[in-house]
Design a protein around this ligand. Structure first.
Ligand code: ADP
Ligand code: MG
Length: 234
């Protein structure tokens, strides 16, 4: 099994200091997507990152997961200053301590629900018996034990997103980042998924940061961070 990335000490699950991300298009066009962002998110909270399209939500999630490098400022996530990790260390850290959920589910179409979840554990190098137990635990958690052998196309949108949530939890992450996870769901199904996130945050004691512009989320989260033009709107 791959060696565990050190779990660092931290007060805030996420903190940023004067975080900027300026995209350069060609030689002379600059798009400042994040403009000096300062945020703190305590562990064990369910936090919504709100703001209209283009306000910088996805850019922020990418900087917090180390998929993108900020132009300047500090991003400290689960106690790690991400600028201090090289690309290989970031990849390993992501695999061991983060979970991801996307708008479009991102499931592999030829694999069953069970195999989609179990694959994450294979990638992490977990042994067979433990893989099975953990995959079943996560699929139970999202209420899909009857559907484990079904492929994505045999499942509803809500069920597919539940598989994706089970998959995001497989590696026992400390933090789950979700980008518009209810964007493709009708409002009733969106509420089910939001309720599921809410109970998982409490029961599994993890932190969830969820980008969304859906007004429904207000009923489920502990905290709302409102972005406007790459800054926290006050
Ligand atoms: P949101 O997720 O809130 O819709 P984004 O983070 O996707 O916002 O985008 C923030 C701003 O950055 C927008 O103006 C968008 O057009 C711009 N942007 C996002 N990604 C890129 C990119 N790869 N290159 C250039 N501009 C980008
Ligand atoms: Mg986005």
């Amino acid at each position: 099994m791959a060696s565990m990335m050190e779990v660092a000490e931290f007060t805030n699950a996420i903190e940023t200091e004067d975080l900027w991300r300026v995209y350069k298009i060609g030689n002379d066009i600059e798009v400042p997507a994040l403009r000096g962002l300062n945020i703190q998110i305590e562990p064990g909270h369910f936090v919504a990152l709100k703001g209209r399209s283009g306000s910088g939500k996805t850019t922020l999630l990418n900087c917090l997961s180390g998929l993108d490098r900020p132009t300047s400022g500090v991003a400290r996530v689960l106690g790690h200053d991400l600028s201090q990790l090289n690309d290989r260390q970031l990849t390993r850290w992501r695999r061991e301590q983060l979970g991801f959920v996307f708008q479009s589910f991102g499931l592999l179409p030829t694999l069953s629900a069970y195999e989609n979840v179990e694959l994450m554990l294979r990638i992490k190098g977990v042994r067979a018996r433990e893989r099975h137990e953990r995959a079943m635990y996560c699929l139970d958690l999202v209420g899909l034990h009857k559907w484990i052998d079904h492929r994505p196309y045999e499942l509803s949108g809500g069920q597919q997103q539940r598989v994706a949530i089970a998959r995001s939890l497989a590696n026992q992450p400390l933090l789950v980042l979700a980008d518009e996870p209810t964007g493709e769901l009708d409002s009733e199904t969106a509420r089910e998924v939001l309720g599921l996130f809410q109970s998982i945050v409490y029961d599994e004691k993890i932190t969830v940061l969820m980008a969304s512009h859906d007004p429904l989320v207000d009923d489920y989260v502990d905290t709302i961070l409102q972005l406007r033009d790459g800054q926290v709107a006050s």
